[in-house]
Design a protein around this ligand. Structure first.
Ligand SMILES: Cc1ncc(COP(=O)(O)O)c(C=O)c1O
Length: 346
């Protein structure tokens, strides 16, 4: 059975990270959190709001952390106490040297698995690799629980054993029993298809050229504390993995048939991808393809909404944002892609 122990449920993944960092990471006013250059402002904004100082390291063209860039940062900023890496789109990057570096320097390595919950690579569950990890099941299945924090290293787990966690409960995550917040809605395809239509109408009014267009509204309800009890309804996550992998194959065909380059060419077995990323020639081509997708009921999107500093100061992150198109892999999108693929092949 697939179990990750020492985990906590939250409304959103970011709340789990803040809760851990504030309570247990022993950071002071001068501590710095190092993040990858390609990251969502929804995460950086709440970290900054919570008083943390942030800096960014570079990635290679396949979104692996560049250890030289991390070393340069470590030499100029001795106060880096936390390094975050991301399993982009649900695909784990190469982190052997980063993990070693963090161990040598006693730096907390955070695995941001908000795109890849449920996947495994080489027999190891994503989310069980970093010292601690955050996951976001809701991104892969909208009625699933919002966020999970897993404590993987003994020193992080010791906080639980010493009773520092207070009234919060830690759980063993059993992938055959993932909490869902709404028992009924997720079963009805017609509701999902209606929601997709409304979303497409909203999206058609957005300015695709602006890197600020798709920013989330500021979080009103901040609940840093973990859930004290679990919802009553559960879902077997293997059904989600199966469906998203089917979506990945269909998206791969679709992307190739319109002449684009997939970002990853990979054996996806065991993984649970969030979206299918591909690279366009430039922003104009990306926007044109997004419009074509909208016209065919497929809500393709650009990603991520970068933090302000990365828009103004990081040319590589901004240039990648301009070229990156992401294809959603939920059931409604799979259906739309099947229809487009049929049309293209006739
Ligand atoms: C890479 C990454 N990390 C973290 C988050 C935050 O996840 P959540 O919305 O569950 O807090 C997001 C999405 O906003 C993300 O894309």
């Amino acid at each position: 059975m697939d179990i990750i122990s020492n985990s906590f449920y939250f409304k959103k993944a970011r709340f789990g990270l803040i809760w851990y960092l504030k309570k247990f990471a022993k950071l002071d006013d001068s501590s710095v959190i190092l993040l990858p250059e390609l990251i969502c402002n929804s995460l950086t904004e709440i970290l900054e709001m919570s008083g943390f100082h942030l800096s960014y390291y570079k990635l290679d063209s396949k979104l692996n952390p560049l250890i030289d860039s991390i070393n340069t940062k470590l030499s100029s900023m001795p106060n880096i106490k936390v390094i975050v890496y991301v399993n982009y789109f649900g695909i784990p990057p190469e982190i052997d040297s980063l993990k070693k570096k963090c161990e040598e320097r006693n730096i907390l390595l955070v695995e941001d698995n908000s795109h890849g919950f449920g996947g495994s690579s080489r027999g190891v569950k994503l989310g069980a690799v970093g010292d601690i990890s955050i996951s976001s099941p809701r991104k892969l299945y909208s009625q699933a629980i919002g966020g999970i924090l897993s404590l993987n290293i003994v020193s992080a787990q010791a906080n639980i054993n010493k009773g520092f966690i207070g009234s919060a409960h830690s759980f063993n995550i059993d992938y055959q029993k993932i909490p869902v917040t709404n028992k009924l809605l997720h079963k009805y395809r017609i509701i999902n298809s209606l929601k997709n239509k409304i979303r497409l109408i909203q999206l058609s009014f957005s300015d695709q050229n602006s890197p600020y267009s798709f920013r989330e509204k500021k979080t009103k309800l901040i609940e840093f504390e973990p859930a004290k009890s679990l919802p009553e309804n559960y879902l077997d996550w293997s059904t989600i993995i199966e469906s998203r992998l089917e979506g990945w194959d269909i998206a791969n065909k679709f992307i190739k048939s319109i002449g684009l380059e997939p970002l990853f060419i990979k054996d996806m077995q065991g993984l649970c991808p969030w979206a299918f990323p591909a690279i366009c020639k430039d922003k104009n081509q990306r926007n044109k393809i997004i419009q074509y997708c909208y016209a065919n009921s497929l809500s393709a999107f650009s990603w991520p909404c970068l933090p302000d500093t990365q828009i103004s100061e990081s040319a590589p992150a901004f240039q990648l944002w301009e070229k990156l198109i992401c294809i959603p892999l939920n059931k409604v999108s799979i259906y739309s892609m099947q229809k487009i693929n049929l049309k293209i092949n006739h």
